[in-house]
Ligand binder design. Structure first.
Ligand code: C2O
Ligand code: CU
Length: 480
């Protein structure tokens, strides 16, 4: 394919990851648990009508409402997921956060051919590490329709540490008047040459674009580019929220996933503090906080011991206007209002970069063999985002050798923040920080991460603001 052909000469040879290659046989065998199960699932991306709990939208999804099917396996199991593409366009499925074999990573033009409209494709890989992950297309801005679902990989050694578990997925929603994420993307791109006054007449008023003010966040200096009319938790607007029930005194694990394309959320549960135990699947030194910031593509597992009553679980859109809501209920009583704003939101806000890795997943002490600096640049006018001055496909891949310790320095020269994601690996924020696959780089700041290059292939490294990634803020990390 074009993407692979463009740079295959001299670097990673895609033939190394064909199904019968020794490299794949070797890495798969090392990841498989003795006595592992084969977990099968089916995904059928298709045009759907979703009832968001009032607003009804025509979109594309993996399910008739809300997120796609929850896929669940144990660490070391083999996953076999058959995709039947019912969309009118080509698609793909990427397994966000999983250290899997490269040819199953789901990046069209790089690791596979796109799955054509009406076509089929089977993904088959071993999921080596327990944790909370998700899946979504790696095709344009399809993620922003409703094409996402959660993949939970259970730890075979961990049982009974909590009484209940909830999977809570956050999303931003474009609108219900037929405007699609692709329309949003072309609107953003057509801003070039127009002043902001023109922009508001250029067909964007219908989606309540907030204009430049949406770029400035009180906390971080700008979360996203687009103001959305709806924020969803598990596919529902705040007026008709999902209810999560348990008994008072129960200890609940909440698996939070930010599947939004353009929105970071500040999350809090009224009347409770949250103890963060994992970020992006990997354990951290448990840290208790009033509220938590979750960037696009990030996950956090938190535990709470529930009080008696009905409480708002709120996800406030960072730097924008609006919030998502779910109701946590352990007793009868009035439902919190759609606009509930727990005081915890104004307490301490934990950013995942401040978490410490749990000892068992901390990287060994080692100097980097190689350092790549990624200067994050670009902007709104014209709408284009860059790494080292180039958009995706116009820069050489970042090279790494198998077995090396690689350091990536993300340097943000812009006034917005960028949740930077690396495929196929879990890095550590330097200085003992958490193991993660997605880390927010705040405006004008730098974040340095280290990873062990132990998964040969070609791996996308990009901003998880899908609009930034799609307009250029993406680069290939390739084994040489
Ligand atoms: Cu969820 Cu390339 O990312
Ligand atoms: Cu970005």
């Amino acid at each position: 394919t074009a993407g692979a052909a463009a740079w295959a000469g001299g670097v990673f040879d895609p033939r190394l990851v064909t199904p019968d290659s020794p490299l794949v046989a070797q890495t798969e065998a090392a990841r498989r648990r003795p006595g592992a199960a084969t977990v099968t699932a089916r995904l059928n991306p298709r045009p759907v009508t979703h009832d968001l709990g009032g607003p009804t939208v025509t979109t594309w999804g993996y399910a008739d409402s809300g997120p796609g099917p929850l896929i669940r396996a144990r660490a070391g199991d083999l996953l076999r997921v058959e995709v039947a593409n019912g969309l009118p366009v080509a698609t793909s499925v990427h397994w966000h956060g999983i250290a899997l074999r490269n040819d199953m990573d789901g990046v069209p033009g790089v690791t596979q051919q796109p799955i054509s409209a009406g076509g089929r494709h089977t993904y088959e890989f071993t999921a080596p590490d327990p944790g909370t992950y998700f899946y979504h297309p790696h095709s344009g801005v399809q993620l922003d329709r409703a094409l996402y679902g959660v993949l939970v990989v259970d730890d075979p050694h961990e049982a009974g540490r909590y009484d209940a578990e909830w999977v809570v997925v956050l999303d931003d929603w474009v609108d219900g008047t037929g405007r699609t994420p692709d329309d949003v993307l072309s609107s953003l791109q057509s801003m070039a040459g127009h002043d902001m006054g023109d922009m508001n007449h250029g067909g964007m008023s219908g989606m309540s674009m907030g204009g430049m003010e949406t770029m400035v966040s009180p906390l971080l200096g700008g979360a996203g580019d687009v103001a959305y009319p709806h924020y969803l938790i598990n596919g529902r607007v705040p007026a008709a929220p999902v209810t999560l029930t348990a008994r008072p005194g129960q200890r609940v694990r909440i698996r939070l996933v930010n599947a939004a394309s353009d929105t970071a959320f500040r999350v809090a549960l009224g009347g409770h503090r949250l103890t963060v135990t994992h970020t992006d699947g990997f354990p951290v030194v448990p840290t208790t906080t009033d509220a938590l910031l979750l960037g696009m593509g990030e996950r956090a597992d938190v535990t709470v011991t529930l009080s008696d009553g009905a409480f708002p679980l709120v996800a406030v859109a960072e730097g924008k206007t609006g919030q998502g809501l779910a109701v946590v209920r352990t007793a009868a009583g009035a439902r919190p209002p759609a606009t509930a704003r727990p005081t915890e939101l104004d307490g301490g806000v934990l950013v995942s970069g401040a978490l410490r890795a749990a000892e068992e997943v901390a990287l060994t002490d080692r100097q980097p063999d190689r350092v790549h600096r990624l200067v994050l640049g670009g902007g709104m006018m014209p709408y284009r985002w860059t790494i080292n001055g180039a958009t995706f496909g116009h820069a050489d891949p970042l090279l790494v050798g198998r077995g090396e310790r690689l350091r990536l320095e993300f340097v943000n020269t812009t006034t917005m923040f960028h949740p930077m994601h690396v495929h196929g690996h879990t890095f550590a924020v330097t200085g003992g920080g958490a193991r993660k696959d997605t880390v927010i780089v705040t405006p004008r700041r730098r974040v340095t991460v280290d990873l062990d290059a132990d998964n040969p292939g070609q791996w996308m490294t990009h901003c998880h603001n899908i609009y930034h990634a799609e307009t250029g803020m993406m680069i290939n990390l390739a084994y040489r």
